[in-house]
Design a protein around this ligand. Structure first.
Ligand code: AQP
Length: 331
């Protein structure tokens, strides 16, 4: 049986990187799998959060996911903090994971920056909580962006070590699903940096709520080089900004990058950028309209989350009971 699990932090606006790298796959996977999608608020507090902003962020991210096509009738959509199994299982798995494994996690190094000693312990152990999120549901497939590859490998290592240490076959090894032509969408201002919610420069990302004019302006000002586009993907080597924009176009129009370059090869960015902005507006405008219609209906959003948490608990609690037996807490 296949079961899909993935999560997103309720911090800031959903952006095009989140959508093309992960959420679009979440939506399509609903057709063929049992899907569990989580607004990971426990992960959000690994860095400082204002409580009122976080409360609002949980509802807004839920509305954005619903607007993007997550169907709460078919999929389970819930906030992580409402299912205590995540935190309880994380503790057990922290006793399985090794310090050396966590020391290799590049996201901690990036997010803690120069102030590693001042980072929260939660930021350091974040990948173990992420493993618990996945393993609490015995998930088999995890659709994520490319930046999460290392954390997924860690989740597999933790699952395998737990099974071996306890002499059980309790956890399946979860498979990362990293697919599509835009698994790592880069900043519009720097082709070597990931498009990110926490980038202080709004012009570096396309928010799912940006209107047509804002999108056109951001794309017009996006960093590029002076050369025309090549006719084949090989010609994008060493041109990260151009490769990023072509990847976005491919993902937005459901084509390969080569197919995009067959149309635009030899042309300058003056022709390509307006076409890219149009493709973005075509995909994002309906999502943005649905989001604006939903975001104020707190009662409806809270009802989705409450029902989702109930359904999630019904799956995760028996798994935690199995873990307790395997560890020796219970007979
Ligand atoms: N730039 C990206 N390209 C492709 N996929 C991406 N994802 C994030 N950024 C990109 C994928 O989106 C999912 C949810 O991400 P998240 O919010 O849980 O994690 P994140 O990596 O912390 O997202 P951000 O936007 O980069 O937030 P900040 O700025 O707070 O770090 C994941 O599947 C992720 O791979």
């Amino acid at each position: 049986m296949s079961r899909v699990f993935s999560g997103i932090q309720p911090t800031g606006n959903l952006h095009l990187g989140n959508y093309l790298g992960a959420i679009r796959n979440w939506v399509t996977m609903q057709d063929a799998h049992e899907c569990i999608y989580c607004v990971v608020d426990l992960h959000a507090i690994t860095v400082a959060q204002d409580p009122a902003t976080l409360r609002q962020g949980i509802r807004e991210m839920t509305a954005a996911l619903l607007a993007s096509g997550i169907d709460p009738e078919r999929s389970i959509l819930f906030p992580q903090s409402r299912v205590r199994v995540h935190a309880e299982l994380a503790w057990v798995l922290m006793c399985t994971a090794r310090v050396g494994w966590l020391n290799r996690m590049t996201q901690f190094k990036e997010k803690s920056g120069k102030d590693r000693e001042g980072a929260s312990v939660g930021l350091y152990t974040y990948p173990v909580l992420q493993a618990a999120d996945i393993l609490a549901y015995k998930a088999t497939h995890v659709p994520v962006g490319d930046d999460q590859k290392q954390h997924l490998e860690l989740a597999r290592d933790i699952a395998a070590k737990f099974n071996t240490d306890m002499g059980v076959e309790l956890f399946p090894l979860p498979e990362p699903v990293i697919q599509g032509p835009a698994t790592r969408v880069m900043s519009l201002r720097d082709g070597s940096a990931k498009m990110s919610k926490s980038d202080p420069v709004d012009a570096a990302r396309i928010n799912m709520t940006d209107d047509a004019d804002t999108i056109a302006q951001k794309i017009k000002r996006a960093k590029t080089d002076a050369d025309a586009l090549p006719s084949e993907v090989a010609g994008l080597a060493g041109r990260p900004e151009a490769a990023n924009l072509v990847g976005m176009m491919a993902a937005l129009t459901d084509r390969s990058a080569d197919a995009v370059l067959q149309d635009f090869g030899g042309q300058g960015f003056g022709r390509f950028k307006p076409a890219l902005a149009d493709a973005m507006v075509t995909v994002l405008a309906p999502i943005s309209a649905r989001f604006n219609a939903l975001r104020g209906d707190h009662a409806a959003i809270d009802a989705v989350l409450e029902r989702g948490a109930e359904r999630a608990r019904a799956i995760a609690e028996p798994v935690l009971a199995e873990v307790h037996r395997a560890v020796g807490f219970t007979g």
